[in-house]
Design a protein around this ligand. Sequence first.
Ligand SMILES: Cc1cc2nc3c(=O)[nH]c(=O)nc-3n(C[C@H](O)[C@H](O)[C@H](O)COP(=O)(O)OP(=O)(O)OC[C@H]3O[C@@H](n4cnc5c(N)ncnc54)[C@H](O)[C@@H]3O)c2cc1C
Length: 429
Amino acid sequence: MLSLADTVDLSWDVVIIGAGPAGSATAITLAHLGHRVLLIDEQAAAKYKLGESLPPASVDIVRHFLGDLESETRKPVGLYKTAGNVSTWSSNQPDHADFFFTATGFGLCIDRLAFDEALRLRAIELGASLQRGACFESCTRRSDPSFNWDITLSSGFKTQHHRARYLVDCSGRRAVVSKWLEIPIVENEDRLFAYAQWFSTSIKDDDCFTRIEAVKNGWWYTNRVPSDNNNENKRLVVFYSDKDLPDAKKAGNSKGFYEHLSESTQIAAVLKANAYEPSGAIRGAPANSQRLNEFCGDAWMAVGDAAQAYDPLSSQGIDKALRTASHAGHLIHYALTDEATHSLGADNHFIQQYSQQQQQIWNAYISQRDYYYGIQTRWSDQPFWQRRMKKRTTLLTTIEHPSVLLDIEGQSDRLKAAAARHARDGTND
Ligand SMILES: Cc1cc2nc3c(=O)[nH]c(=O)nc-3n(C[C@H](O)[C@H](O)[C@H](O)COP(=O)(O)OP(=O)(O)OC[C@H]3O[C@@H](n4cnc5c(N)ncnc54)[C@H](O)[C@@H]3O)c2cc1C
């Protein structure tokens, strides 16, 4: 790997800030198309990360970037195949969605740190340079025909300066480049927050289902996660609620977390049946829906969560990061190599396409999210659900038949079975 100390010329076609799935996949696409790419991440070493479940519809895009997942010789990451979802959502009866009947026949549960690292290594393999432990500080638009940006990074006590023709913000929900460029994050009232606890047990747990359960203050989710220790099974359990609700805040400490957990039936039962014990501290992370006011502009673009971040109920964050990165990489390539136009701004035909695509997927996502929250009507007296019902009412005034929404994206599998029950019965139990 090229270290920056060895790099004589700090000028790049494209500098990408953030080496999560979006940044690495954008780097892979652009490096493959022959561009000189610098990929930057502030993390010097791997840190825990939430988000490990991929629906069957994502298997192909993962293969596109990481190769054959079933190859014995080149297993890219710790993963196991998931069999489906069990959701206790619109009623107190668990609904099963079996992946057997999907095109791939399985979904994936990935070791998230290994998965992100495999994507970074693939980007390096294709010729991108990766700089770890370097933090984006600022950027300045130049009026130089060969380079559009001066970019300043900090790395320990050192400051580095780079030049690039194009700048990509893949810094996740923090959207550091877009913030620096004063692009507002669109205000919404979503305060969804994740409280995550890992559990471990020495009892063999071969449950291959993702389990979701609605409760009065929010919802729960659990997955068995890949473990590199054969004698230990690990499980991630996450409680989602609105951060400003006093009851929800309690989940930040063990006592409150277990109080909430005792209200679940499915999740608590899985932990009990396998004698799971908590492992490590409860971690918190924002899980609200958010988007930028503008997804791209003059020689810059935001990709992945930096552009738009989803509620984990959708289970689409990584898929969206990979797909839009591939699209973004190709459109940046066309914009940089098109001799007919010199503008890299929002008036560039290719950049416009990206902006339109982002707007469309945001609209589809919001419709789908509101539909799924709307079919859960059991706690209409609770603020967490009341807030979401309001959105459902607005949605139904604009869309006559909710089943249309299920066709918009064949990807959100987490609650498909619950939605099917809702469509079949017409009412919630
Ligand atoms: C609780 C929770 C559960 C989730 N569950 C799922 C799931 O089951 N399935 C799914 O598909 N998705 C899930 N997601 C969403 C998924 O994790 C994200 O959509 C995905 O990580 C987005 O990838 P990204 O590359 O855009 O951003 P990130 O993965 O956030 O990567 C951003 C990178 O930018 C770097 N960075 C930030 N600031 C700077 C800076 N100043 N300088 C340099 N580098 C910087 C960070 O270190 C990071 O590596 C979940 C999210 C949450 C919060």
